[in-house]
Design a protein around this ligand. Structure first.
Ligand code: ZN
Length: 411
């Protein structure tokens, strides 16, 4: 098989050898100076000093990098809602003028507005818009993107969203990982209780998702405005029985639902802005990934999730964008992570790990997020001499090159 040697890179930050949980200092980062990467069949075959790789693999085709670049694994955004119709600029204006998230929802705005607009959109337009967002993320170095449904809220419309995600996955070089979030909120037009709605999703929707292989992940929003802990717990256990991987929108406004995520063996508990000492200790003691979403804090003007405390307690912390039309419309993952790092006092190593290998764990993917032999060659390089410049420019420094499965991506 053809081998391709890419380099030289001023620095390669491999993210190899880091602990999956807890605090990490920058001197734990493996940094290869004057590095190169040997690609074969879409995978990384070797990472090392470029001169040595040239000697070892003289027959490899060379992709010369002519300006100083710092190479990282592609980012993994493990929590987004980028399959939607319309926008919520009106909500945003209300919110910055002082209305709360719950007030806007109760006034008929919020998620329901996106549901209405997404239902009205035909599948072709939905796919076109999703592809645009996925490719924008890819150009920003995000090579794996989780995408949730949750703006359909009935069988037909949730399937429309999940089919759109599946179709767009074959049209972009980014990897899209879909998640069924039919349990986002009780739809206004459902004739029954919250428990009955969850039963309807379990019986009528999830079997079709399995059958059509549209997703192997299920998410639920457990909160006052959405579903309670008891119903949420039952729903998650039933979805687990059907072999779905689990994730939970937890502790966003009130603490407690992260406990349900841990009890059900979820892959991740996401949000955690309201997590207190008890929740932090429990998350840290478990195998779950704690996903923090600075974009939602910025959009809602609320406190960041306690990333520093979670890391100090020993949790596995990933950072995702929560890109969605309501609370996190920006969708700039690197900017959000950089700004949160300054507020929460995170090391560069913790931020990079949270955007790569630890985020991959939240999606149950162990084939990416680290630049080492055998991993998928999803990579990005920044025009810089030193890796510290990447967070320093707070998202303004963009990757110059992005590779997916070893191929330079053009979007
Ligand atoms: Zn979300």
């Amino acid at each position: 098989m053809m081998q391709k040697l890419i380099g030289p890179f001023k620095q390669i930050v491999t993210l190899a050898g880091l602990p999956m949980k807890g605090a990490v200092s920058d001197d734990q980062l493996e940094i290869i100076s004057d590095g190169g990467v040997l690609i074969e069949g879409g995978l990384i075959n070797a990472v090392g000093n470029i001169a040595e790789l040239h000697k070892q693999y003289p027959q490899a085709e060379v992709q010369e990098i002519e300006s100083p670049q710092v190479l990282l694994p592609g980012f993994v955004d493990c929590h987004t809602h980028i399959c939607f119709g319309g926008n919520r600029a009106k909500d945003y204006a209300m919110r910055i003028a002082g209305k709360t998230y719950l007030e806007i929802a109760k006034a008929g705005g919020g998620i329901w507005d996106s549901v209405t607009q997404t239902r009205l959109m035909d599948q072709e337009t939905l796919e076109k818009d999703l592809l645009k967002r996925a490719n924008r993320h890819l150009a920003d170095g995000v090579t794996t993107i989780e995408v949730k449904s949750g703006y359909g809220l009935n069988v037909e419309q949730e399937l429309k969203q999940l089919r759109a995600i599946k179709n767009v996955n074959s049209k972009t070089s980014a990897s899209l990982i879909s998640t069924c979030l039919a349990a986002h909120t009780l739809p206004k037009d459902f004739n029954g209780s919250k428990a009955e709605y969850l039963g309807y999703i379990l019986n009528e929707l999830l079997p079709i998702i399995k059958q059509e292989q549209l997703s192997n992940r299920v998410d639920i929003f457990i909160e006052e405005s959405a579903f309670d802990k008891e119903n949420g717990h039952k729903y998650l256990l039933a979805a687990k029985q059907m072999d779905f991987g689990l994730t939970v929108h937890a502790d966003q406004f009130t603490p407690g639902s992260s406990e349900i995520a841990v009890m059900c063996g979820a892959l991740s508990a996401d949000h955690l802005e309201a997590s207190g000492y008890k929740e932090i200790a429990m998350l840290a003691a478990s195998d779950i990934v704690s996903v923090v979403l600075p974009g939602a804090s910025l959009g809602l003007g609320m406190q960041y999730s306690p990333a520093r405390k979670l890391l100090n307690a020993g949790a596995c912390v990933a950072i995702a964008s929560d890109w969605n039309p309501g609370s996190a419309p920006m969708g700039n993952l690197l900017m959000q992570a950089s700004v949160m790092a300054a507020a929460e006092k995170l090391t560069t190593a913790e931020v990079f790990a949270g955007l790569t290998v630890r985020a991959a764990k939240a999606l149950n993917l162990n084939d990416r997020g680290i630049l080492q032999t055998g991993m998928m060659a999803d990579m990005q390089s920044y025009p810089a001499n030193d890796y510290r410049e990447i967070l320093y420019y707070q998202g303004q420094l963009k990757p110059q090159y992005v590779w997916t499965k070893g191929k330079l991506s053009t979007t």
